[in-house]
Design a protein around this ligand. Structure first.
Ligand SMILES: NC(=O)c1ccc[n+]([C@@H]2O[C@H](COP(=O)([O-])OP(=O)(O)OC[C@H]3O[C@@H](n4cnc5c(N)ncnc54)[C@H](OP(=O)(O)O)[C@@H]3O)[C@@H](O)[C@H]2O)c1
Length: 298
C-alpha cells in the first residue's frame, strides 16, 4: 500500500512515518515551514499544488495531519486558521475524491465543548473556539467529498517522540531539565494519548478497511496537573516544580473545555483494549526510548 503523509514534519506525521518504516511500507510526505529530507514542500491552501501532488504520487491512502495547531494564535488569526484547517482540508478531500485515494484525517476533541459525560462518535459537535470550529468544518467537508472513502480519527493531548519536543510531555521535561518550573491546570481534564500507539491504531484501522469516525485516545482521564506531575516524577525531577494552578491563571487566548471525555468503545471493539498503553506505560516507554536522550532520568 502507498501512503502520502501531508504534514510529515509534524509530531503525528513523524509518528506515522515511523510506523510506515516499522511496517516496511513505502510513504511520501510533505512539510510546510520545517524542511524534511526526501519530502515535498506543500501549503494545503494551494488547491492546485495539492491536486498536482496527489496526481503525481497516486497514493492509496492520504493522511491529513497538516494543520494550524496553535490554538491560542487561531483566536487572533481566525482567517488563517480557517484557510489552513478548513479550506486546506477541502482541497485535500477534493483531490482524493478525484484520484480515488482514501483520506485519513486526524481530528480533535476540540470539536466538542464541555464533555461532562462521554461523547460518542455521532454525538453533536459543539466547538467553543476558533480552532475547534475549523476542525468541525474540515470534518464536514471531508464527509461530503468522500462519503465512503474517509476515516476521521479524533484524538487528544498527544505526547511521545517528536523532533521538536513541543508536545506536553517533552515540553515539560525540557523546562524541568532547564530548572524551570511548570504551571499546569488542576481544573482541566485531558485524555493523554501516546503518539506511537495512535499511529499504530490508525494503520490498523486502515488495514481493517474501517471508514467513518473513530475516537482514538489513551485509557486514562486525568487533570493536566496530574499528567505534568507524572512526567516530572517518572523522569526523576522534583514534582514540587510542577505548580497546580487554575486554567484561568494560565491566561490563554482560546476558551478550552474543562471536561473532556471521548468515548473509546468503538475503537476498543475494533482493535481491542490494549491498542493504547496507559499514561504510566507510555511515559516510561518514552523515557527509555534510545532516541530521546533528553528524557532519560536525571
Ligand atoms: N497533537 C495533538 O494533541 C492533537 C490532538 C488532536 C488533533 N490533532 C491534529 O492532528 C494534526 C497534526 O497534529 P500535530 O500535533 O502533529 O501538529 P504539529 O506538530 O503542529 O504539525 C503540524 C503539521 O502541519 C504542517 N502545516 C502547518 N501549516 C501548513 C500549511 N499551511 N500547509 C501544509 N502543511 C502545514 C506543519 O508543517 P511544518 O512543521 O513543516 O511547518 C506540520 O507538518 C493537526 O491537524 C492537529 O489539529 C493533534
Amino acid at each position: 500500500m502507498s501512503h502520502l503523509i501531508l504534514g510529515v514534519s509534524g509530531q503525528i506525521g513523524g509518528n506515522l512515518a515511523t510506523e510506515c518504516e516499522l511496517r516496511q511500507q513505502p510513504y511520501q510526505g510533505t512539510w510546510y515551514r520545517w524542511p524534511q529530507n526526501d519530502a515535498t514542500p506543500l501549503d494545503v491552501r494551494d488547491a492546485e499544488a495539492v491536486a498536482g501532488l496527489i496526481a503525481e504520487c497516486q497514493p492509496e491512502v492520504v493522511y491529513l495531519v497538516a494543520g494550524m495547531t496553535q490554538i491560542d494564535y487561531a483566536e487572533t488569526d481566525r482567517d488563517e486558521c480557517h484557510a489552513i484547517n478548513g479550506t486546506g482540508a477541502e482541497n485535500v478531500a477534493k483531490a482524493c475524491a478525484q484520484h480515488g485515494a482514501k483520506l485519513v484525517y486526524v481530528s480533535s476533541s476540540h470539536v466538542f465543548g464541555e464533555c461532562p459525560t462521554a461523547r460518542k462518535e455521532d454525538s453533536p459537535t459543539a466547538a467553543i473556539n476558533v480552532y475547534g470550529k475549523s476542525v468541525v468544518h474540515a470534518e464536514n467537508a471531508i464527509r461530503a467529498a468522500l462519503p465512503e472513502q474517509h476515516l476521521i480519527v479524533r484524538t487528544s493531548h498527544v505526547y511521545g517522540p517528536e523532533e521538536r519536543a513541543k508536545n506536553p510531555a517533552l515540553h515539560a521535561v525540557r523546562r524541568l531539565s532547564d530548572r524551570r518550573k511548570i504551571r499546569a491546570a488542576m481544573d482541566r481534564h485531558c485524555q493523554p494519548t501516546y503518539g506511537p500507539d495512535l499511529a499504530a491504531a490508525i494503520f490498523d484501522l486502515v488495514k481493517h478497511d474501517c471508514t467513518g469516525t473513530y475516537h482514538a485516545v489513551g485509557p486514562d482521564k486525568m487533570t493536566e496537573y496530574a499528567f505534568a506531575s507524572m512526567v516530572a516524577f517518572l523522569n526523576g525531577y522534583d514534582s514540587d516544580d510542577v505548580e497546580a494552578v487554575s486554567a484561568i491563571e494560565l491566561g490563554e487566548e482560546a476558551t478550552r473545555s474543562r471536561t473532556l471525555w471521548l468515548d473509546r468503545a468503538k475503537l476498543r471493539s475494533e482493535l481491542g483494549a490494549k491498542a493504547f498503553r496507559s499514561v504510566g506505560e507510555g511515559l516510561r516507554h518514552l523515557r527509555d526510548a534510545e532516541r530521546i536522550p533528553a528524557l532519560r532520568a536525571a
